[in-house]
Design a protein around this ligand. Structure first.
Ligand SMILES: [Zn+2]
Length: 136
């Protein structure tokens, strides 16, 4: 297992509410009030019907691994972090998010594995979402 750095995210007008909620360890998703599409990543318009009539809700923080890769040699802030896992997690609510799988050896990670969100504090008033295998 490696320790990943937790660099502060780039906060924009469109994602500021999402990152603010991470300070309270809440993973928020948006939902379109017109067509019910659950939306990832945070944005101003529904990518399905283009309305800006969106609401926000707290997601379960649960999902399954859709795809992953083991990074042996990282770059930039992650240069000394390898090996680590980068993955697409399919959230219980539907969207797939790019993230890291942590708190387990890289060679136990499998497609379809149940995972839950964990938070890595950036020290800048927010936290990065990462996922770990569900053990219970
Ligand atoms: Zn829509």
């Amino acid at each position: 297992m490696s320790t990943l750095p937790a660099p502060a995210p780039l906060v924009t007008q469109a994602n500021a509410a999402f990152w603010a909620a991470t300070a309270e360890r809440r993973f928020q998703l948006q939902k379109c009030n017109a067509c019910d599409t659950v939306i990832w990543f945070p944005r101003r318009e529904c990518p399905s019907c283009w309305t800006n009539d969106l609401s926000t809700f707290d997601a379960s923080g649960r999902g399954t691994i859709y795809s992953f890769a083991i990074i042996r040699k990282g770059a930039m802030a992650y240069k000394e972090a390898g090996p680590f896992v980068i993955a697409y997690v399919e959230l219980a609510e539907g969207p797939r998010v790019m993230t890291n799988i942590v708190d387990c050896p890289v060679d136990v990670v499998r497609v379809g594995m149940d995972v839950e969100v964990v938070w890595h504090d950036t020290g800048q008033g927010n936290a990065l979402y990462r996922f770990r295998p569900v053990t219970a």
